[in-house]
Design a protein around this ligand. Sequence first.
Ligand SMILES: [Zn+2]
Length: 352
Amino acid sequence: MLLPHRTVETPVFMPVGTLGTVKAVPQDVLETLGAEIILGNTYHLYLRPGHEAIRRMGGLHRFISWPRAMLTDSGGFQVFSLSQLRKVTDEGVSFRSHLDGSSHFFTAEHSIDVQIALGADICMAFDECTEYPADRKRAEESLRLTMAWAERSLAHFKAHCSEVPWFSESGIGEFGGRRQSLFGIVQGGMYRDLRRESAERLVEMEFDGYAIGGLSVGEPRELRMEMIAEVLPLLPADKPRYVMGVGYPDEIEQYARMGVDMMDCVLPTRAARHGLLFTSEGRLNIKGKKYAEDQGPPDPACHCMVCRRYSRAYLRHLMHSGEALAGTLNSIHNLAYYLGIMERVRAELASY
Ligand SMILES: [Zn+2]
């Protein structure tokens, strides 16, 4: 996948950098771990420090000192999950900030403007993440909104994508004149025909890539799998196919083998901060008493910088002492584990 800041090998796992930071992990460590592309959250960065401030500082890459690829979400998911007093109309969503209660209004056009100012390599169309469970009527109405917003996102993106902070019109600039990409998002709740309709209409609109959204919202895993299997063959194989917000290690491996190119999830870092490690031997709660004097590495099969250097006993001690380093070391290992899965799948797929 050829992006302005990086050629990214797929399938790829993208660590989530909500507020311009993959929590507790410095950027140079992410590079060492082999992270090729990370996420930024539009809603959060729009509220603080503000997209115009980031534009003035040259864009998100420069602001956070991340030279590789980035993707920003549309802000839709957080507007619907975090903000208060939101009101949705065909025009857009009005809401109050979860930080200070201030009033804001987000439209498809505004989401795109914010994402262009942030300047990630990949932007996402503004969508409504349909909740679970949702009855048929509700899912249809939500999909109608998402499809209308997808068209408006695309039109606005085409008219304004040259306003990105780092864009070179001449084609001979720093990024060879390459522009940002815009992905459409398939919704439709847990209704196979709505998912199909959503995918087909987005493909007609010709986005640069396609995401399957509205998953990992509380539905059983079999249902999630069913939706992905339904939609994936309808999306062009020559463009990136992205499943948003998944999942457990065995899940991301399964989807990668099915042909999903991109996935992101807060799980490896969020679980890490709670002391949950993903290892080749299964899940390990490092707070457990049995690790109090365990001098073995967190995961004997892992070669990450944490497993090479520190013991389970030490990681357990850091967790119990409430030390900030606990979150950092646990997160580094979990990210290494997730990135390692993708590396293995890539190698296997390449050998066919
Ligand atoms: Zn490790």
